[in-house]
Ligand binder design. Structure first.
Ligand SMILES: Cc1cc2nc3c(=O)[nH]c(=O)nc-3n(C[C@H](O)[C@H](O)[C@H](O)COP(=O)(O)OP(=O)(O)OC[C@H]3O[C@@H](n4cnc5c(N)ncnc54)[C@H](O)[C@@H]3O)c2cc1C
Length: 384
């Protein structure tokens, strides 16, 4: 039985916010979803960025997506349980590739929002500025429409669901001497296309998906690309066969110098034009105060019961989308009387990860798990 309708606020209309809004609606509520972008979709949508903490000071209003970006997981894995991410009219597909471009992901999220009639719940171009607890009353949420002046409009809600994502506040590496280094530093968040790096020497810090994609993108035009990878063995200092790419251990970056050199621990150095930090993002909840009862330390949000509820203020405040592990998702699904994540999905995730390691250049177009695609397609028939 649905409970009596409550005044609920959801912060963010990315994948997590849309799913939360749909579930709250199923429980008989009509949440207000605040989204500072003009459209649904998290990193894929264009939105005004908060300038507060961009440590490299890049001035822009945009998301973190680069032009060549395709998903790093197959579409079958990424879809919502009962709204498969298949190339079909229902998902407004225009890019049927198994690892599609980011615009296809946006179209899919928009289709999800339309299918479950969520758009009318969303206040677009409206940023949540502050959330304050009013004991005995609820949570005062201050929000401001894009372009409006003043400190925002405040409304009181019974509960707030935080779905603001984790890809806004860049994390950058600490490099001794970098303040006096004359080159340009940027974060992958601000990378768009390779052309500006023509004939330049670029140091890329990191080894995750963005570092892999961007290093190869840039290597097509740059003079040299050096990847400083924290996980590479300490002695690594190798040219990659067939490419203008060198791999170094991040532990080997000793310092940067005023003459433009980046000096490695083994004494070698490279005079570089650009240091690109592909070093991920920081969890950030700038609109929450101490009364939320949580703190964030090195992307650990504490104290949260099962990564969702701050015990002191539960269930009136909750966080969606913090953990990553399948085991956790299965536990959570069980609590909510949903089935666990399908076996094919777990196997496909593992197969894709393996394939990506084996074929970093071509994993988006060549794979060995067609049998799992067949299994997924069979499963999807329940929902199509
Ligand atoms: C470059 C890049 C590539 C990626 N590629 C893949 C991929 O291939 N496969 C994959 O599975 N995942 C990928 N991801 C991760 C994927 O985007 C996230 O897992 C997903 O977006 C998380 O959804 P979310 O709803 O938690 O957060 P988000 O999608 O980030 O949504 C959060 C929303 O909250 C809004 N918001 C934030 N603060 C406020 C505020 N104060 N007021 C109002 N609105 C606010 C934001 O505008 C945003 O729309 C990628 C991420 C990045 C950055």
């Amino acid at each position: 039985m649905p409970s009596a309708s409550l005044r609920l606020a959801v912060v963010g209309a990315g994948a997590a916010g849309l799913a939360a809004a749909r579930e709250l609606r199923r429980e008989g509520h009509a949440p207000v979803v605040f989204e500072r972008a003009a459209a649904v979709g998290g990193p894929g949508s264009t939105r005004p960025r908060r300038r507060r903490t961009d440590p490299l000071g890049a001035a822009a209003t945009h998301s973190s997506l680069y032009a060549s970006l395709r998903t790093n997981l197959p579409r079958e894995v990424m879809g919502f349980l009962d709204f498969p991410f298949v190339a079909s009219a229902a998902t407004s597909s225009a890019d049927p590739r198994r690892f599609p471009g980011h615009e296809e992901v946006l179209r899919y999220l928009e289709a999800f929002a339309r299918r479950f009639d969520l758009l009318s719940l969303i206040r677009f171009e409206t940023e949540v500025l502050r959330i304050r607890r009013e004991p005995g009353v609820g949570w005062a949420v201050a929000s401001k429409k894009l372009g409006e002046k003043g400190s925002g409009e405040e409304e009181v809600y019974d509960a707030v669901v935080v779905c603001n994502g984790h890809y806004t506040e860049p994390r950058v590496a600490t490099i001794p001497g970098v303040d006096a280094w004359p080159g340009k530093q940027m974060h992958s968040h601000n990378y768009r296309e390779p052309e500006p790096f023509l004939d330049q020497i670029v140091i890329i810090i990191g080894a995750s998906a963005s570092a892999v994609d961007i290093s190869r993108d840039i290597a097509s035009v740059a003079k040299e690309v050096h990847i400083a990878d924290r996980s590479a063995p300490a002695s690594t200092n190798q040219k990659q066969p067939g490419y203008n790419l060198w791999l170094h251990s991040m532990l080997q970056i000793d310092r940067t110098q005023e003459d433009g050199s980046v000096v490695f621990r083994d004494g070698s150095s490279v005079k570089a034009d650009v240091i690109m930090h592909c070093t991920g993002y920081l969890y950030d909840f700038p609109f929450l105060g101490d009364d939320s009862t949580i703190t964030v330390d090195d992307n650990r949000v504490d104290p949260l019961y099962k990564h969702v509820f701050p015990a002191e203020v539960a269930p009136q405040l909750s966080f969606i989308g913090l953990p990553w592990k399948f085991e956790y998702d299965d536990w959570l699904a069980e609590q909510c009387s949903y089935p666990p994540i399908e076996e094919w999905r777990k196997l496909m995730y593992a197969a894709s990860t393996k394939n990506k390691a084996a074929r970093p250049e071509s994993y988006r177009d060549e794979w060995d798990d067609d049998h799992l695609v067949v299994e997924a397609s069979e499963d999807f028939k329940k929902y199509l």
